[in-house]
Design a protein. Structure first.
Length: 380
């Protein structure tokens, strides 16, 4: 690792912990394809006093969507799927009830019309890949596919993941595809979408700073996209069965070092350490905003979600550049790739929060400290 003065990053992390905003934080950054910052602090399990360590694992929630999107891009890179082909070309059952026109690109950019979880979903059903994909395939779309943005809060993972599985000549399940085609080439040991038993004792214990906030009304699209029975909160996602299941949109449990390597591959135009997963031209296209990128999203209470053409989020106040591709996770997890500065950053933590304003986000000063430590520009 290159020598960088990371004292400002350490101070920012410790300040967030001392203020009670965080419990454990691990930040890793790559610049120019080299790991340059690797800092962690705090308690991974406050009740027992277990401290965070280099190999601590963290729930990252929707940061997982970036891995799912990348898996789909790998299939496109190899000619196994076409972004503009109907999903039903690969997954015939998806054509049911008015979804025949939904394309792979619609799924990738949250315009397939299927943002809601199946009625009556439970944690046990959520852990059953075949049940979830079957139930989603049988749904009626809330709007004709392609007509409007409807953020696929949880369904994204099963839709994109099943497209990947169905288009894979080897027929691998989605978890195995990621292990074989992303983790193995990049040397990632701890980027899990479904953990094995032998790493469970390294997972940080989550808490939720906003657990006493009133829940959103049950009838809203937001609440129906993340029903209370399977909400993105510790009582659900700390369950052993949920941690071990393949939940490709929100179930990732990552170590910050491996997550940062994943983003570094994207920051480097699809290549890291001589291993190329995607062409530079394809990755360059990810820094373009999707059509209707400023369209209000009814699932997200009318707030536009800046989805790129690659299915990642694009720019905004939480990342270093308007052209950075990134993904947030419920409760504040974050990872991004800034192609202009060849910068990749992963921020993992275990004290969830919902910041109402960027200035109240305890992760933001940490991210800005990383960029400052490297002498780079915060352009957002």
């Amino acid at each position: 690792m290159s020598t960088v003065d990371d004292s400002g990053v350490r101070t920012a992390i410790r300040s967030a912990i001392d203020a009670g905003h965080e419990q454990a934080v691990h930040v890793v950054a790559y610049h120019g394809g080299r790991q340059v910052i690797d800092v962690w602090d705090g308690l991974a399990a406050p009740a027992s006093g277990r401290r965070a360590a280099a190999d601590t694992l963290y729930n990252v929630y929707s940061v997982t969507k970036a891995v799912a999107a990348t898996a789909l891009h790998i299939q496109a890179e190899r000619g196994h799927l076409d972004y503009d082909a109907p999903i039903a070309d690969y997954w015939p059952e998806f054509a049911q009830n008015g979804k025949a026109a939904a394309t792979v690109r619609h799924a990738l950019t949250h315009r397939a019309g299927v943002p809601l979880m199946p009625e009556g979903v439970t944690p046990e059903k959520m852990c059953d890949w075949n049940y979830m994909t079957g139930a989603i395939a049988a749904m009626e779309p809330l709007a004709p596919p392609g007509e409007k943005t409807l953020y696929q809060s949880m369904t994204f993972g099963w839709i994109v993941g099943e497209i990947v599985r169905r288009s894979d000549p080897k027929g691998r399940d989605f978890r195995q595809f990621v292990l074989d085609e992303i983790n193995a080439p990049l040397g990632l040991r701890d980027l899990w979408i479904g953990i094995p038993d032998d790493v469970a004792d390294r997972v940080a214990v989550m808490s939720n700073r906003n657990e006493n906030d009133p829940p959103p009304p049950a009838a809203t699209l937001y609440a129906r996209s993340m029903p209370s029975a399977v909400d993105l909160v510790p009582p659900v996602f700390a369950r052993p069965d949920v941690q071990r299941a393949t939940i490709a949109g929100v179930g990732g449990i990552f170590n910050a070092r491996d997550e940062a390597r994943f983003w570094a591959m994207l920051a480097g135009g699809g290549e890291l350490d001589g291993v190329r997963l995607l062409s530079a031209a394809r990755v360059a296209g990810f820094s373009n905003i999707r059509d209707n990128g400023d369209e209000p999203d009814p699932v997200m209470f009318g707030i536009p979600i800046p989805i790129s053409t690659g299915g990642y989020w694009l720019g905004g106040p939480r990342v270093s550049s308007p052209r950075a591709i990134w993904h947030p996770g419920a409760g504040g997890s974050l990872g991004w790739a800034d192609p202009d500065q060849n910068l990749a950053v992963a921020v993992c933590h275990n004290r969830m929060f919902n910041a109402r304003d960027p200035k109240d986000d305890p992760i933001l000063p940490i991210s800005q400290a990383v960029v400052a430590a490297l002498g780079l520009e915060w352009k957002s």
